[in-house]
Design a protein around this ligand. Structure first.
Ligand SMILES: Cc1ncc(COP(=O)(O)O)c(C=O)c1O
Length: 309
């Protein structure tokens, strides 16, 4: 992976190689940090780089920070502007992944949230595919359970909670799968290791509700809108049983890193006809147009980085 050129660090844009934290930093030791994963997409025809829904990402970032009793003194708008400044300085003309992180910055011993000061940093780097096989992925049900709202709030993008995601991902990949679905403590489908999940049954799109320990995904929200408005589908947010997944017609994952990944097998059972379904394929095409500012009616989601030439 190519390293970022620059980073926003302690209030300034500096070379990435100079953006360093000490090994005793609280966020590094105890996972007391929150982050975001935002994409910017290059449109060669427009000669423009478009951030996808940065205000929504930064609103969730600030909400995650609030859960950890952080006050960054920023707004979604100010964070978006910093991101634009950073991307302009970098000058990228390709698809980019942006990683903002806010962390308890004291170099001290003692696990807590209070009486600590917060800092945040942003780095951006070229990024292509997160899951190589995004058209016929084979997934498994993880033997791990998703973190619960009363353990580490799943609706916050909290760094420490990603050890749960790492267990889920690594056990799946080392067993030969592309990804895993993870269940809640009471056995309902929650999501993937770092992506939301949808099933299609009899033409209806079904996805777990925000109360089933999911991260409230921006791509999830975008897909719901595209499905309802463009494909005129009904979308239902409700708990999903494990065996509903075995019997569904289509299954896919959504996320800023993963985009829309078609799953065609779960635990060696074919999903539907065993190949990418019609609705998944249509949503992938719509989504690809939407992220590159090519979909009329959806340019509200695209924030141009460079000044018009
Ligand atoms: C645990 C988890 N679930 C779901 C998602 C998908 O969220 P989004 O669509 O906002 O990227 C992510 C990725 O950010 C994630 O880390």
């Amino acid at each position: 992976m190519t390293l970022p050129i620059n980073a926003y660090f302690k209030g300034k844009i500096i070379p990435y190689s100079e953006a360093k934290i000490g090994i005793l930093t609280h966020g590094f030791n105890y996972g007391t940090a929150v982050f975001a994963g935002i994409r910017a997409y290059w449109n060669a025809e427009h000669q423009q780089l478009y951030l996808f829904r940065p205000l929504d990402h930064y609103q969730r970032f600030l909400n995650s920070a609030k859960l950890l009793q952080m006050d960054l003194g920023e707004t979604p708008q100010s964070l978006t502007q910093i991101t634009i400044d950073l991307l302009r300085r970098d000058g990228y003309k390709q698809d980019i992944y942006i990683r903002p992180i806010a962390y308890k910055a004291d170099e001290t011993i003692g696990v807590r949230l209070h009486n600590l000061h917060d800092e945040f940093a942003i780095a951006a780097l070229p990024f292509e595919r997160y899951i190589q096989n995004d058209t016929s992925a084979h997934v498994t049900f993880s033997s791990w359970r998703r973190v619960d709202d009363n353990m580490i709030p799943a609706r916050g993008k909290i760094s420490g909670a990603y050890v749960n995601s790492a267990f889920i991902k690594t056990d799946a990949v080392l067993s030969g799968y592309d990804e895993a679905l993870v269940l809640t403590q009471d056995g309902h489908v929650s999501e993937g290791s770092a992506m939301n999940v949808f099933i299609v049954k009899d033409g209806v799109l079904i996805t777990p509700p925000v109360t089933d320990n999911i991260l409230e995904g921006i791509i999830r929200r975008s897909v719901i809108e595209l499905a309802q408005t463009e494909l005129k589908l009904s979308v239902v947010e409700r708990s999903i049983d494990r065996t509903e997944v075995y019997l569904c017609d289509e299954l896919f994952l959504t996320g800023s890193a993963a985009q829309i990944v078609a799953i065609t097998q779960i635990d060696h059972r074919p999903i539907g006809k065993g190949k990418m379904g019609e609705i998944t394929a249509q949503l992938r095409l719509l989504f690809d147009d939407a992220i590159r500012a090519r979909l009329p009616g959806y340019t509200k989601w695209n924030t141009a980085v460079y000044d018009k030439i």
